[in-house]
Ligand binder design. Structure first.
Ligand code: SF4
Length: 92
């Protein structure tokens, strides 16, 4: 399993948004506007809170499940002390 690539904290569950896959449906921003919004220019997902409260974890899991383009990838799901959300705009 891949560990922290960008120097993120080791005790954090990570959710990676692969923005190249986004089809701008808007489900994420509707479901969890505390963390996700859509870019003005093209509607692609943008993470506005990279270190949200764990209170939002269930909401984030809903976002992961509901995204029609499977944009989100979860890593280190057993690390429940912190939640880190990052964008990855590399090619998929
Ligand atoms: S739900 Fe998925 S496809 Fe829709 S805007 Fe969010 S990340 Fe993009």
């Amino acid at each position: 399993m891949c560990s922290s690539e960008k120097g993120e904290k080791d005790n954090a569950m990570r959710v990676i948004a692969q923005t190249q896959k986004c089809i701008a449906s808007g489900n994420c921003a509707l479901t969890c506007p505390q963390i996700f919004e859509q870019r003005d220019e093209d509607g692609v997902v943008h993470v506005i809170n990279e270190h949200p409260s764990l209170d939002l974890l269930e909401r984030v899991k809903q976002v992961v499940d509901l995204c029609p383009a499977q944009v989100f990838r979860m890593e280190d799901e057993d690390k429940v002390e912190e939640l880190t959300i990052v964008e990855d705009d590399s090619d998929v």
